[in-house]
Design a binder for this molecule. Sequence first.
Ligand code: C5P
Length: 404
Amino acid sequence: MSTAELAGKHLVLGMTGGIACYKIAELTRLLTKAGATVQVVMTDAATQFITPVTMQALSGRPVYTSQWDGRVPNNMAHIDLSRGADAIVIAPASTDFLAKLAHGFADDLLSTLCVARDCPLLVVPAMNRQMWSNPATQRNVAQLRADGIETLGPDSGPQACGEIGDGRMLEPAAVYEAITAFFTPKTLAGRRVLLTAGPTFEPIDPVRGITNRSSGKMGFALARAAQQAGADVHLVAGPVALDTPWGVYREDVQTAQQMHDAVMRAVPDYDVFIGVAAVADWRVDHVSAEKIKKTADRRIPEFAFVENPDILASVAALPHPPYCVGFAAESGDLDVHGEEKRVRKKVPLLIGNLGPLTFGLDDNEVILFEAGGRTKLPRADKQSLARALVAEIARRLPDQSIIS
Ligand code: C5P
């Protein structure tokens, strides 16, 4: 998450009764940390699970629970609290509350707020698996979807009651991701994006190998940004210690050859390819089956190297290539090498990292090289930069109707 990706957003966070209420403390923290203002409204049942005091402390705003609360100046909390809101999010959304929403009931503050809203409504169901699969609940959820209400989850897994199945609430981080995705312009709707990220690892023997200091952060941030912009995303990742972005299909590989093979298998189904991985240029010709040991005469081992396939150039050379984007991290003279690399690899767009020290850092500064010239983007954290790059890439894609 970047520091302020929800800056300027005002959310009404409605809580209804359920044990998942404890997770909303963490969700509130994630939302406020990202710059959103969060107005918490709780049903009576929700206050049985977590106190308004806790939610007030975390949101930094008074919490409302009653329609008759006199703190709103004109005494119209059910209208005023949602005015100016960018969305109402109901989390957790109980079986009972989904039923009320589906039928337009307005018999407490939160349900009245929802009926009187003039902003989008998102619900995050949380309930026992039998309650979720009950035909009445399923009927209500179908009605909510038909009414344009967004349903986030539910998840599947162990439940507070000890049973296992569908109905548990998405984890706070996943709800956070879904909310940020909801607010992201869908510039890549209908597009299929294939990316590589991270380093590769080229073994020398069963325990040693050659790798580099790429953390994968930029590639993972781009995968997340592309998914949030509406694309179907397939991420081929070298060895990195990063969580898979929500909604992204991830395939793990080790070597450049494996990365190449994974990309070439997948690429016919994709219309954009972004090569962010720092792929090893060479691998040792013969990988030792045994750990290479020191010898009595202290002989230094010698290795012969062979060149790895260039994944980006191979994709760009296909008869019907996707729109190809490369990255370059140079230790000097980016201005010369960036454009030279773009032309050599035959890609329409190459993104040059300004300064080689970007590996592992959380922020970056880049120049876009293309046939028409170059564009510098301001230094930013990698999540914000990824969003900016997705917008730049989306703008350059050929019209969808002419993609075969
Ligand atoms: O390593 P180099 O500077 O040539 O990398 C530039 C671009 O080419 C990057 O997008 C990288 O992911 C890609 N590349 C590749 N296969 C290689 C080497 C680099 O796809 N073997």
